[in-house]
Design a binder for this molecule. Structure first.
Ligand SMILES: Cc1ncc(COP(=O)(O)O)c(C=O)c1O
Length: 397
């Protein structure tokens, strides 16, 4: 028989100030709404539509068969860190010591959190180039620091400029978070453009958290790692991971490279909160690095073709859309409909069953745009863009 218990109203507060200070992710709300609809095409998801390459899955299964089920070193398997080091050097020309300057993390998400928690104090200001990945500002807020958005916009192709960054700096500025290729705009910054940001970082003694998880998904130019720029290695925390390029979102595997003092501070937090990244996933990632390059190239070529298609189709449909150089998002303006981005996304979902994400979810500078992920099948993209065209025609002003 169920025991009857007296319910008492708790008198002490139950929620931390940190948790109370942030809102749930706006992306979730759209996902949840779309999930309830039949025949809905989602351009909302920020993950590859490919299944993780077979050899990677096989390597992970083999590791389980062989009984690798224990913790690894806190910083991650040394074989994996060594492979990451070789990959970073070979692919992006940056050299990190796997013993001292690298941690394998639970996704790039954990690396971002660690970077902030290991270096930023309450009251500090952290500049965030926006629109940006939804985690940055809440993570800064939860650390007691103050996120300061530095908006980019269509007038600069959603690239951060030296002038904008400089204008946002105060005595309390400690760090800047960059992410190019960008989520949600698809913007990339080349070495000359990044060099201008590097000069500001040096002049104002800022740390740079450079989230380069989309580095492989640069379609027209070679990616520049921020720490490869002159004199930037010592002030850069380079964040990356396997989710996007290697189609491994569910594996929860990322990594961070930074000077020893910063990685060792990050490692202390990591070892108390996570212990280590999942062991089978680390074995898979090792295989991805050793034998995954060709597949990454194939997937990247496929995204490039889909980008070319969707950008053209969105412009044809009447939504002005720049040609994004990287990641797998198009970020068209919805101005032609006279709607704000939230209304556009909601009405498009209701009327045409196409899910896109309103730009305001990604912070300042995202207003008036929507994020369309093209990491979905060509068939779905064709149907979705036809539906968008019908919607825009009905609502064009
Ligand atoms: C810019 C950016 N950084 C980090 C992440 C999270 O990556 P992970 O799956 O490795 O935690 C995402 C995911 O969408 C992202 O867009």
């Amino acid at each position: 028989m169920k025991q009857q218990t007296m319910q008492t109203t708790p008198k002490k507060k139950r929620l931390s100030r940190a948790a109370s200070s942030i809102e749930p992710s706006g992306i979730r709300r759209f996902f949840d709404l779309a999930a309830t609809m039949k025949d809905c095409i989602s351009l909302g998801v920020g993950e590859p539509d490919f299944v993780t390459p077979w050899n990677v899955r096989e390597a992970s299964m083999a590791s389980l068969e062989q009984g690798y089920t224990s913790y690894t070193s806190n910083a991650g398997m040394i074989e994996l860190r060594t492979a990451i080091g070789e990959y970073m050097l070979d692919r992006f020309g940056v050299d990190y010591d796997p013993e001292e300057e690298m941690i394998v993390t639970v996704g790039a998400s954990e690396a971002i959190d660690l970077a902030i928690r290991a270096t930023i104090d309450p009251g500090d200001e952290v500049l965030v180039a926006t629109p940006a990945f939804v985690s940055y500002e809440p993570l800064v807020t939860m650390s007691g620091a103050v996120p300061i958005p530095v908006p980019t916009d269509a007038s600069t192709d959603f690239k951060l400029t030296k002038e904008r960054l400089e204008a946002a700096i105060t005595d309390r500025s400690r760090a800047v978070i960059l992410s190019f290729p960008n989520n949600p705009t698809g913007a990339v910054m080349n070495d000359v453009e990044l060099q201008a940001i590097a000069e500001v970082a040096e002049a104002y003694d800022l740390l740079v958290f450079s989230d380069e998880i989309y580095a492989e998904l640069s379609y027209d130019t070679q990616h520049t790692a921020f720490s490869a720029l002159e004199r930037m290695r010592d002030r850069t925390v380079l964040i990356s991971g396997f989710s996007k390029a290697f189609a491994m979102t569910g594996w929860r595997l990322g990594f961070v490279c930074a000077p020893t003092d910063i990685t060792q501070a990050m490692l202390k937090i990591h070892q108390y909160s996570l212990m280590c990244a999942p062991t089978p996933a680390q074995h898979g990632a090792l295989e991805a690095l050793r034998n995954g390059r060709e597949i990454v190239e194939k997937m990247t070529n496929s995204y490039r073709a889909r980008r070319n298609y969707i950008v053209h189709a969105l412009n044809e449909a009447g939504l002005s859309c720049r040609f994004p150089g990287g990641s797998f998002y198009a970020f068209p303006s919805v101005e032609a409909t006279g709607m704000d981005d939230e209304t556009f996304a909601e009405q498009l979902l209701i009327e045409e069953k196409v899910a896109v994400v309103p730009g305001t979810v990604f912070g300042k500078g995202g207003e008036g745009h929507v994020r369309c992920s093209y990491a979905t099948s060509m068939d779905a993209l064709q149907t979705a863009t036809a539906r968008i065209e019908a919607f825009v025609q009905r609502h064009a002003q």
